[in-house]
Write a protein that binds this ligand. Sequence first.
Ligand SMILES: [Zn+2]
Ligand SMILES: [Zn+2]
Length: 175
Amino acid sequence: METKELMEKATRFHGHICPGLAIGVLAAKYVLEHGFKYSPNEEVVAVVENDNCSIDAFQALLGTTYGKGNLIHQDYGKLNYYFYNRETEKAIKLSLKSKAFGKKKLSKHERIKHLLDSKPENIFSIYEIEFNPPGLAEIEESIPCDICGEPTMNSRLMFYKNSSMCIPCYKAQRK
Ligand SMILES: [Zn+2]
Ligand SMILES: [Zn+2]
């Protein structure tokens, strides 16, 4: 698919057009052209180090979604994207170059155009990396919190004052 079509598809999901989404579209375009395809299940996993607009391009175009557990956010505030293909055991890292946004003076519209006219290779440093993806999403039993009664994933329950409780209840107890 051409960049333009990918951008349209991503925009339908994201809601608006913006430079961040354009960056995500270019990253998605690169991986789609280098041995990855849309992931209905967990064939592809994306690990991202920011939670900006760009991530929605991966949800829309690569099928790496928050709900399926094949989109993993590490809150480092860095513009790095890692993609792992479990079927081919191929892995790619894309790291946004500091000059990717173009000249400082560009308007938002010009910046989007500048990005969409760029080759992914020009705005990202791209590396083949070792295939060491995070584990598959686990389905876990939920157990009611002793305080609020709401079902809570077993691994997230806290044990405090002889009760098992969810994290918000634990925080409230500790105040
Ligand atoms: Zn946006
Ligand atoms: Zn609770």
